[in-house]
Design a protein around this ligand. Structure first.
Ligand code: EPZ
Length: 422
């Protein structure tokens, strides 16, 4: 397994281009199953999660072509079974259920396993499918959904942990081809849900309210092909904002959508960082010693759970006591033990991390886990004394396109060591 070596202490400066959004591209690629026509998707990031999704679509019978950031998909004839050996690699593959149900009224997908940030139930997805008159069965590790005909209705998709992003995506996709009108109450309002809705509307779907907690979908007979460019990845952008705040003198992020980063920008401003914010680019003036913060992760537009680990790395350098509370994935603290090995002073109190600073971090061999926790370890390595060796970087490659090359381009002393043993 490859590893990333980070030699701390180098200041970051210059500019970096942010890639297309992983969490927007994945459901949009799945949505191409809703039509037999050709779909062309631009700004698709080169990530292992995307590779797995393209593998699943090919396995289902779609014709898939990829030329750098553009993917062409044509799902003329497709099967409706996504098998375990492919699905097990990525739980987001659950988002092929909705398109298969909408297109063929049936689907069988291996159940997504849990993952390090907690178990990943799909009960809300199934609640939505049942509301569309589909029968859902979970047996032998597979989830099967089928319906004689899909009929629109009203369904509240909010769960005890708030709205579901992929659940909203799945039900919205199936509802585009159901009889009648579907209203999703308690819908996720993430920008990636809005981007998917924009793509579906280009395919001929009738959708209103995407980006609010109430989405209305009027079913149509069929959808046609479309062309679309995926929005910039707001979590990659947030990760580089934190890298610049930690280790920067002055860093500019290009091809961002700053509207999608308001909660992160507000937190960094509260922590004392000066930023020049334009619609599609942001310049951060690092100072490496933030003010302490009280963070609570919430569904969009609140502070994103996918940025919590990165902020823990930053706040270990703050003058004072900070708290980061997870309300979306209460167990999402795999990074804490590794950051402590680097000298951070963090203790867990239930779903809250209490971070005391400033700590002088020291490089150490650390273990990557969930992709955002792994990115947080790389960020910590940028300002740690000595060498940080991040193992199992395949976790990082799931969600970040060439993070080592992009950071090296900003002046970091970072290198990827290929594991020649296999
Ligand atoms: C999406 O996951 C993202 N992944 C996650 O990003 C992100 O952290 C998450 O949304 C929350 O914003 C993709 O878009 C591919 P959820 P998703 O359904 O849709 C509970 C990353 O780093 N829940 O919004 O799977 C669930 O357990 C990844 O790129 C149910 O209880 O998350 C969680 O506590 C990590 N029942 C909460 O809801 C369900 O049926 C939010 O989950 C579904 C979810």
């Amino acid at each position: 397994m490859d590893k990333i070596l980070v030699h701390g202490g180098r200041p970051l400066s210059g500019s970096v281009r942010i890639s297309g959004s992983k969490n927007s591209a994945l459901p949009i690629l799945a949505a191409s199953l809703l039509t037999r026509d050709r779909c062309v998707i631009h700004c698709v990031p080169d990530l292992s999660d995307i590779h797995y999704m393209l593998q699943i679509l090919s396995h289902l019978g779609a014709h898939v072509e990829r030329a750098s950031g553009t993917v062409i998909i044509q799902a003329e004839k497709i099967s409706t079974v996504a098998p375990y050996e492919i699905v097990r690699k990525m739980r987001a593959s659950v988002c092929v259920l909705g398109p298969l149900l909408g297109r063929h009224r049936e689907a069988k997908v291996s159940l997504p396993g849990g993952c390090v940030i907690g178990d990943r139930p799909i009960d809300l997805h199934l609640r939505g499918f049942r509301a569309l008159n589909a029968a859902c069965r979970v047996e032998a590790g597979d989830v099967k959904v089928f319906a004689d005909e899909l009929r629109g209705s009203t369904v509240d998709l909010e769960g005890k942990q708030g709205p579901t992003v992929l659940g909203t995506d799945n039900v919205m996709m199936a509802a585009t081809l159901a009889e009648g009108v579907t209203v999703i109450e308690g819908a996720a309002a993430e920008p990636e849900v809005v981007d998917l809705a924009h793509f579906l509307i280009k395919m001929g779907a009738k959708i209103e309210g995407a980006g609010t907690r109430r989405i209305t979908i009027e079913g149509v007979k069929e959808l046609h092909g479309a062309e679309h460019s995926v929005i910039p990845d707001r979590i990659e952008a947030g990760t580089f904002l934190v890298a610049a705040a930690l280790a920067g003198t002055e860093v500019t992020l290009r091809r961002v959508n700053s509207d999608h980063l308001k909660a992160v920008l507000n937190s960094l401003t509260d922590a004392g960082f000066r930023m020049d914010v334009q619609r599609d680019q942001i310049t951060v003036h690092g100072n490496g010693s933030p003010r302490p913060l009280e963070l609570i992760t919430e569904p969009y537009p609140g502070f994103p759970t996918d940025m919590q680990a990165q902020m823990c790395a930053l706040l270990s350098r703050a003058n004072g006591v900070s708290r980061a509370t997870e309300t979306v994935f209460p167990q999402r603290f795999m990074h804490v033990s590794e950051l402590k090995r680097m000298g951070a002073d963090i203790e867990l109190d239930g779903a809250t991390a209490i971070i005391r600073g400033p700590s002088q971090l020291s490089g150490a061999p650390v273990m990557a886990s969930d992709l955002r926790a792994s990115a947080a370890l790389v960020l910590a390595g940028l300002v740690a004394n000595g060498l940080t060796e991040v193992n199992r970087v395949y976790h990082i490659d799931r969600g970040y396109e060439s993070i080592d090359e992009k950071l090296a381009g900003l002046g970091a002393h970072i290198e990827r060591v290929k594991d020649r043993s296999h």
